[in-house]
Design a protein around this ligand. Structure first.
Ligand code: ADP
Ligand code: MG
Length: 696
């Protein structure tokens, strides 16, 4: 039933519910607008038992006297309430004329105590004469709902929602369609859907409430897993290009040109990828490896495998700086030291590639004369056509939108193999939901000889000692990054910050040369400034977060992050990953203002305590919640979560995944009669989810 037709709702409220909460039907309301906490209405307090400002309490008692205090706008109604042994003040600031009080009447008072002048009082309590109190009002747990400003304005505060929910329940009692099979309900001891809905809104006791919530969480996570795993099964059947051969390019590079021994992790990961590439099925693999673990080399070796088998490969990077760097690195690596022909032909295509350069480049690409194309999202444009694209590699894939990545799929008659790489470590629960349809390889080993980066926290008053440290490091031949935050809403301010910082450094260090890069610069200038730093001609690089991902200058050993309080954890970790890439001891200095919020302080503490990207990702998830995790908004969850939490419900997620797996192992495409319910439900979820995209 449309929510607008429900008792007490009407058009205006229905409109708001749809806009603010994506609620269209009564069942949407019941299953997606869920209490965030409950108040125990079976418990009665005495006034002297109040100890906490946050919990609503109920007290039975009488009003002994009241009067209006003040005049005009500052007017308030003050009453004295007693439970027989103690007294407490009740206060109303608004709607005074509607408050009807009487002496000698027993009231049920319900409200949240507040503290004023070292004493508790109640502001705007609910006061119901005992003669009007229904038995239901005094039993069970009363739900509280989150609302928005817009909803409050039309009476849809927590109480308003509660009233609507209560009026919907008689319909629910008659029954609602079940969405999970009886066998699963039995196996995992889950509540049926009808009972879960009834009890999640108005539970008689805590144990029942928890069972109801568990069932609703399970349902959400189960359908996400069912969707993801079904997609994975479907892909397993995608025909893929056969690349069984290890040819001369791979071998020559590996034996003659590779400047160092691969780490064991790199070897293992390459074997895993190679296994996919020769399987005859299309590869969809995620390569996770902390910053500095050597993903570029893995990408190059896999690209050479594709080329050896007669296919082309492309590597897409999120920034021009990174694409340029990959291009330079690969060219350098592939060129024999005696100056002969490179092992493979590499080309670069970015937004700065001129129209004039594009003509011949497009032609070489179609003719197969270019083996590996490196670029930014310029690669996905329609007029970029490959002769025979066999492998797509997406670097720092969390920086790309889903649609952008999907476009690369269509660059050959059959989808090419896809390898996406990310340095943002992903907590386990997110990996299972956001990337649950990809096979995963993990580079869990850094190249030998790396020393962990030492991270220190300084407040701005200690600038002088930081400057001394810079001098000391540069005099030992090292280079230094100084990064300023990027403020999206205010580009002028950001540039002013950066420019000031630059000027200040120039004044402080007249003896050094300093490069500067930021997002607003022309690509050519950016490249030139980067190049000076890469070549060691400048000692300091002042930058915004354009250098956040991927940049590799092993001689740089100091990363100074100004206004570190403005960065998120994974950003800080990425930035820190720019140093510690050579054999020297490296340092990351987090500069902040003096006063820090609790959350910021925790973030800084985590950074100082650990270099482990996975621990940082878990901490990030705990501190900020999954919706907010950098890089995950874009790839997104397949369906919205209303109650399950990726922070706290890891266990239910495991169970839900197993349940989904059991179903799909027996019936990969949900064709059995018995599984039609699941199939239909997935279709509905797909149509009603605010965001839905295929992840690859
Ligand atoms: P990321 O995984 O962050 O993309 P990179 O691919 O940029 O890391 O590699 C970081 C640095 O480590 C580069 O300078 C690279 O040449 C070097 N490197 C990669 N693999 C090895 C290895 N097996 N032994 C030594 N150095 C390596
Ligand atoms: Mg990289």
């Amino acid at each position: 039933m449309d929510i607008g037709y429900c008792k007490g709702v009407g058009n205006k409220r229905a409109d708001t519910l749809r806009k603010e909460l994506n609620v269209v039907t009564a069942l949407d309301m019941l299953t997606t607008v869920l209490p965030y906490k409950y108040t125990d209405r079976s418990k009665f307090y005495k006034i002297h038992e109040i100890v906490d400002e946050d919990t609503a309490v109920q007290i039975i008692g009488e009003v002994t006297e009241w009067h209006i205090v003040g005049v005009g706008k500052g007017q308030r109604l003050s009453a004295t309430f007693t439970d027989g042994s103690h007294i407490i003040e009740l206060v109303w600031f608004r709607g005074i004329q509607y408050v009807k009080l009487a002496k000698g009447v027993k009231y049920l008072l319900f409200g949240k105590p507040s503290r004023f002048n070292h004493q508790y009082n109640f502001v705007h309590p609910e006061l119901t004469p005992m003669s009007k109190v229904t038995p239901q009002m005094m039993e069970g747990l009363e739900p509280d709902y989150n609302t928005t400003e817009g909803m409050k304005r039309i009476g849809l505060n927590s109480k308003g929602i509660r009233t609507i929910m209560a009026s919907l329940l008689p319909e629910v009692r008659k029954g609602v369609p079940e969405t999970i099979g009886q066998d699963i309900l039995d196996k995992y001891h889950l509540m049926g859907r009808r009972d879960a809905i009834l009890n999640i809104h108005f539970p008689p006791d805590t144990a029942t409430m928890q069972k109801a919530r568990e069932r609703m969480k399970f349902e959400e996570l189960f359908y996400i897993q069912l969707h993801i795993l079904r997609q994975m099964k479907r892909r397993e059947n995608n025909e893929g290009f056969m690349m069984p051969k290890v040819g001369w390019r791979f071998n020559r590079f590996y034996k003659e040109l590779l400047p160092f021994e691969l780490t064991n992790a790199q070897k293992r990961v390459i074997r895993e990828i190679q296994g996919d590439m020769k399987s005859g099925k299309q590869m969809n693999r995620l390569l996770q490896g902390d910053v500095g673990s050597g993903k570029t080399l893995v990408a190059l070796l896999c690209a050479l495998l594709a080329v050896d088998n007669g296919y082309q490969a492309c590597i897409m990077a999120p920034t021009e700086i990174l694409a340029n760097q990959h291009y330079a690195t690969l060219q350098e690596l592939l060129r024999p030291k005696d100056g002969g022909e490179p092992v493979a032909q590499v080309a670069l295509l970015t937004g700065s590639t001129t129209q004039k350069q594009r003509g011949p480049l497009h032609e070489d690409l179609r003719a197969g004369r270019i083996h590996i194309l490196i670029g930014t999202h310029a690669l996905i444009e329609d007029d970029v056509q490959f002769g025979n694209l066999g492998l797509v590699i997406v670097d720092e894939q969390h920086r790309f939108g889903v649609a952008q990545r999907a476009k690369l799929w269509a660059k050959n008659v059959r989808p090419p193999h896809v390898l996406v790489m990310t340095a943002t470590p992903i907590p386990r629960t997110l990996a299972m939901t956001v990337y649950g349809d990809l096979k995963t390889s993990i580079l869990d080993e850094l190249p030998p000889g790396r020393k962990p980066v030492t991270t220190l926290h300084y407040n701005i008053q200690r600038k002088a000692s930081v400057n001394r440290f810079i001098t000391e490091q540069i005099s030992q031949g090292r280079q230094v990054y100084v990064v300023f935050p990027l403020i999206k809403e205010n580009k002028e301010l950001e540039l002013a910050d950066l420019q000031n910082g630059y000027n200040e450094l120039c004044e402080t260090f007249p003896q050094y040369r300093i490069s500067m890069v930021h997002g607003q610069m022309k690509a050519k200038d950016k490249d030139e400034q980067m190049q000076h730093f890469v070549n060691g001609e400048t000692q300091i690089l002042v930058a915004t977060t354009v250098i956040e991902v991927g940049v590799n200058v092993p001689n740089a050993s100091v990363m100074i992050i100004e206004n570190a309080e403005r960065f998120g954890l994974s950003q800080l970790h990425q930035l820190r990953g720019r140093v510690g890439r050579g054999a020297d001891q490296s340092y990351c200095l987090l500069m902040t203002k003096m006063e820090l919020s609790k959350e910021t302080r925790q973030r800084i503490e985590v950074m100082v305590a650990t270099n482990d990207g996975f621990r940082i990702a878990e901490a990030d998830l705990q501190l900020r919640g999954p919706g907010d995790l950098e890089g995950t908004q874009q790839s997104g969850l397949p369906f919205d979560l209303h109650i399950a939490s990726l922070v706290t419900d890891g266990q239910i997620l495991d169970i839900a995944r197993n349940a989904a797996k059991d179903i799909l192992d027996a019936d990969p495409q949900l064709e059995d009669q018995y599984n039609q319910m699941y199939k239909r439900r997935l279709d509905i979820l797909r149509q009603t989810t605010t965001y839905f995209g295929e992840i690859s």
